[in-house]
Design a protein around this ligand. Structure first.
Ligand code: SAM
Length: 241
């Protein structure tokens, strides 16, 4: 699917202040100003209806910690998407739960979302997590940003948003390109150098100063392969890309 419309990203959180200014720099800021992406932050608490405006409660069955309640999240999705029924979401709409139990988020998934999704709602968990009925009824994708446990989904939402937005058409300025980025072709990126040529006796490799573009390309490919082989050999097996 070719993207013709702006990508809308709505983030649900109990800590909206977490996102103050975080999307106001560099590529994401430019993409917002250019009308390539719109990012909205929703306070889950504003969708509560009880006197104490509770967003969490104790888990059934006992045990430590609190669980984010389903009701305000259902209300939020109903307001944002007009429905709480996954089958009725508009084409290209995704509701993502950030969770360590999700599929580990990879560059290929960022690319797929950048190319094919028009509206993403991200739900940030906290405490022990989110009432499972949110997952059962509302969520289309569960994403983890890695095999470790964060205190909340907010940093994960920032990571996923950044990775997707920089792949939107025209989001990257001319000074940078995603084509040779790590993971684009199951390789890590090659090393980069800038001025000065001699820094404390450490010299820039001659080939990069040679002006021979074919040789430079060959060197870069070779270095990318060496680094991938050394640090992330599993990437060289395409299945894992
Ligand atoms: N009890 C949960 C478990 O063990 O699976 C962990 C809950 S964690 C303390 C609180 C919230 O942080 C989660 O609901 C999720 O939204 C977020 N989170 C934690 N680790 C994450 C990860 N690796 N990727 C994405 N979100 C994560």
């Amino acid at each position: 699917m070719i993207r013709f419309t702006i990508l809308k990203i709505d983030i649900l959180t109990i800590f909206p202040e977490f996102f103050t200014e975080v999307f106001d720099f560099g590529i994401i800021r430019r993409a917002k100003l250019a009308g390539i992406v719109e990012i909205n932050i929703y306070d889950i608490r504003s969708f509560t209806t009880d006197k104490h405006r509770m967003t969490d409660d104790r888990p059934f069955g006992g045990g430590d910690g609190m669980v984010l309640k389903a009701e305000p999240i259902f209300r939020a999705i109903e307001q944002i998407l007009g429905t709480c029924e996954r089958e009725k979401y508009a084409d290209g709409t995704k509701v993502v739960l950030l969770t360590p139990q999700g599929r580990v988020f990879k560059q290929a998934m960022a690319k797929e979302f950048a190319d094919e999704t028009r509206h993403i709602v991200m739900i940030c968990g906290r405490y022990e997590g989110v009432d499972e009925r949110v997952n059962e009824m509302l969520v289309t994708d569960e994403f983890s940003i890695g095999d470790y446990v964060l205190s909340g989904g907010e940093p994960a939402a920032i990571v996923v948003t950044d990775a997707i937005v920089r792949l939107l058409p025209n989001a990257l300025g001319s000074e940078t390109s995603a084509v040779n980025d790590s993971f684009t072709e199951n390789l890590l990126d090659c090393p980069h150098y800038t001025q000065p040529r001699d820094f404390r006796g450490m010299l820039v490799p001659d080939v990069l100063l040679s002006g021979n573009h074919a040789e430079i390309e060959k060197w870069r490919k070779q270095k990318a392969l060496e680094k991938t082989q050394k640090i992330r050999p599993e990437l060289l097996n395409k299945e894992n890309g």
